[in-house]
Design a protein around this ligand. Sequence first.
Ligand SMILES: [Zn+2]
Ligand SMILES: [Zn+2]
Length: 634
Amino acid sequence: MGSSKKKGQQRKAAKKALAAAAASGGGEDSTVDGGGSNSKIVAKIRSGDNKTTKKLFTAEGMASLSFISYEHSGVLSVVLQFLKRCESETFDGVMNSVGGDLKSPLLWIRVLVTASYVEPSCKLQIAQNIGSLISCMVNDTERRFFKSSKHWRQGIVRFFNLVMNIMETKEKDALENMQIVEALLQHEGLLRFIIQWIFWTEYRPDIVKELKSEDFLRSTIIRLSGRLIEMLVLSSGMKGEGGNWLLEIGSTPIVSKEYDPNFMLSYTAKMVNQLKETKEKKHKNVFKMVRRLIRDADCVDKGVITEMIDWGTNCVINYDDALKVGILFLDWIYQGAGNRYSNDTRVAFAIREGLIEMCLGFIKRFSEHESFENDDELPMHDVIRCILYGVNNISLHEKTAKAIRNKRSSIKEKLVRLEQDIIEGIEEKLLRNGKDNSLLQIESILNLNGSYCCRCNKSLSKTEVMQCNGCHRMVYCSRACQKEDWLNGHMLACCSTASNETAGTFQGRYWPERVPSDERAATKLKEIEINMNMIQLKLFLDRSDTIRRQAKDLNLPLYDCVVLFDLRECPPTVNIEEYTESFGVEDEIEGFEESRSKDNIMCVYHSRMYNRSSRDELSMQRFFPHEWLKKQGK
Ligand SMILES: [Zn+2]
Ligand SMILES: [Zn+2]
């Protein structure tokens, strides 16, 4: 650290010297490209003169030169021109071309470091013109600068200094700096490089070895680059372009692909990992950053999910910790249900990794906590409820449904055990509040994600499933059930035999009206329809009592009823309306009149359908015989 302190003093002295030079001898030289000593200096720098170049970054040197300005004298342009040659030429080659005796290209970087420090107005020009330098430096596997690894090794720490100087932000001139930061970060690979920098000691023994002589590396580079990224994450979003950095920062792998193509841990995942590993509270900013990355830039990859669930399942030590995990999941899943669109693949992955069990664990461990249900800010009870709500919203989608089916027995087992504890009064608080509604939600999610015969409601295993050959949307346990369903209405509705009009009217899907032309979206729709068809009868039977009670309260004959199931709620709600209320348009009432019979009751099912770029409602209809309802009730 002694050396960096010394450097600080040197810089201060340099700044002073520059100011002094400007005040005293600068009179006749202060115009742009002024003649006199400054133009001689520029000529010497241009010819690669070692002695003069060296003087440009020490206080004494600058004072002795009566040097005025890096920018206005033209020195800056000359140095930047030299550095532009670093990708395609060797340093010796460049020196030969100008006949100079400069010892190392490192000196040019040092000129820029000093210039950016003592003359901040240089920053933008430097930021815009060091593309070649950056692309040499950020290539941390080849590690060549002016085609030499020795030059790279010598230059890297100064290069780091330079980046830090340019990016340095003081609160009050943040806006000006943002422009500079943007100019700098537009160079391909720099942001990624700074992020990976933070983790060099941990993951890059090759670089640590190469830079062994630079003890500066471990402590300073890593700490400062970490702080720089932190600043970018926490400050971006206030400025328009910041959002782009968030996404790039959050999804950057912390080890470069060229070094290890199999290493996938992203910056966000690594930050969650740090939260998980530390038992101290000093990581407040890390939590803030992770929230930002997840909520504002949707930086949630598989690694992030795995780390979050492992944290919540195996590592939380207290209520506050668990609440943090919950909030991160809430940030993620809620934006899925809100502005952004839920992603079947990621929710399915979270469920396979144990998201629902994690929630059950929280209920078991923390339901006695004083803030579990009542907290001024956000009680865990609400957090869990919203997470489950989010899962429910996408649970009829193919991958999520499949993940839930696979997890069914293990979740069920935990659920039953927890329910027994409630009954036995071990979980007193849950008992006091009746059955906790998070548990009802989980039960409902499990219930809605089984496979059932569309005709007899028999629960089906994978091998038993038989699809209707016409529409591939109805699923049966046997030929007998398929035939029976065919003769009792499906013949009219199955898309292979009926016209679109009949098919859509009172059996099957009625919203969206058309199959999307995008093939992927069409496949998704079909998958959700199958899952929806399989549970229609089950819902009807499970809620028999409610349906009959409501019909009775409304004093409606069953054939005049429309039963509305809202699967967007968890558990789904059931509401009965008279058909004249449900169908507004004359034609529709007429259509209903024609197709209904004294024996059937009509059910309508509302759910959601998410696709990459859209969210839509999915509504389907089915008739069921009244008889079935009564049977169940007895
Ligand atoms: Zn069946
Ligand atoms: Zn069919």
